[in-house]
Design a protein around this ligand. Structure first.
Ligand SMILES: CSC[C@@H](O)[C@@H](O)C(=O)COP(=O)(O)O
Length: 346
């Protein structure tokens, strides 16, 4: 078991240190990122993944490039910052935390007139985004834990854990808080094809935490809920629309349908930064489609005809009516999500 929390993204003087999540759990390897292109590539290639961690990486990326900037004219500096922000926004389309964090960094320079002041303020904001995310995830964990009993067994999909955030995670946060309090929560993790965040990351992360975790393949979910006494499903989100529809890793929608059919609660745990009030419903959320080889291969090994047609959406949208509750850092919302979300954002 690891005693210190694993940090997926860290500001390290004038560089960014990033845990290469593609290599887990076989290798715990840290990369040093030293340019905005490195950050773009890390997000695109899933070296860093999970909505809040992507946002933190982007904020650090803009801090890095502005620290390195030799531009002395403030207007030119701001123009360059905007260009780099627009470039980073093309790395992945679905997780709104990317756009949210970039917007926060851009807003910092609005009331500033000197390059030096801007550089300091951007770095301070990026570090604040990271610090706040840790506190937010802890609070999500507290609220989430209030929904469960000692000895409950939860099923989770993909990885919405500490490595997908600054610390604690969202859907996995209750496991961290439960551990601290001596409460037993057990987990089933679905493997999450095509790139296996459940098998590689969640199974590993919960094992490191000392949680009793069992791995299943994605097609075992209905049978497992039916036969293993699963009390609830809890997942993260990449973007939640103003009406409560929630985009998350492909397979989440199916899981929600199964949970409803088998009569167990289905919870989405996410920070307010994942709620996009400008997106009216799930139909308006852009779903990322990734390279066909992610489906044709497993860990680089071809498992299908090399030229087979593939459909590879990285996310799906769970309609709000299938969600029992959305657990945020400000509390748990239920029922009329449109209304509850509007109240949260007042
Ligand atoms: C706290 S992470 C929440 C979501 O980002 C997570 O559930 C998820 O779907 C991640 O997808 P990924 O493609 O691995 O970035």
């Amino acid at each position: 078991m690891l005693n210190t929390p694993i940090r997926s993204v860290q500001w390290n003087k004038d560089k960014i240190t990033l845990l290469d999540q593609r290599l887990l759990p076989q290798k715990i390897e840290y990369l040093t990122l030293s340019s905005i292109e490195d950050i773009w590539d890390a997000i695109f290639e899933l070296k860093v993944r999970g909505a809040p961690a992507i946002g933190i990486a982007a904020a650090f990326g803009l801090a890095l490039s502005t620290q390195q900037s030799t531009i002395s004219n403030f207007d030119e500096f701001r123009l360059e910052l905007k260009k780099e922000a627009a470039y980073l926004e093309t790395s992945r389309p679905t997780a709104v935390n990317l756009f949210w964090a970039i917007k926060r960094i851009l807003s910092v320079v609005e009331n500033i007139t000197s390059v030096q002041e801007a550089k300091e303020a951007i770095l301070a904001e990026a570090l604040l985004i990271e610090k706040e995310d840790e506190d937010i995830c802890r609070s999500i964990g507290e609220y989430a834990l209030s929904l469960f009993q000692d000895e409950d067994t939860l099923l989770t999909h993909c990885n919405a854990g500490g490595i997908a955030t600054a610390r604690y995670g969202t859907a996995l946060a209750p496991f961290y808080i439960a551990k601290e309090r001596g409460i037993t929560l057990r987990a089933f993790a679905s493997e999450t094809r095509p790139v296996l965040q459940g098998a590689r990351l969640t199974a590993w992360e919960l094992q490191q935490l000392g949680v009793d975790v069992t791995l299943i393949t994605d097609n075992m979910v209905a049978h497992t809920i039916q036969s293993k006494g699963i009390n609830a499903v809890i997942v993260g989100a990449d973007r939640i629309a103003a009406n409560g529809d929630a985009a998350n890793k492909i397979g989440t929608y199916g899981l929600a349908l199964i949970a409803k059919s088998l009569g167990i609660p289905f919870y989405v745990a996410a920070p307010l930064s994942t709620i996009d009030v400008d997106t009216l419903s799930g139909a308006d959320i852009e779903i990322e489609e990734r390279h066909p080889d992610e489906v044709r291969t497993i860990n680089g090994h071809l498992i299908s005809p090399a030229d087979i047609n593939v459909f590879n959406p990285a996310f799906d949208v769970t309609p709000a009516e299938l969600i029992t509750g959305i657990i945020t850092e400000k509390g748990i919302i239920k029922g009329d999500y449109q209304k509850e979300i509007a109240i949260l954002f007042q």
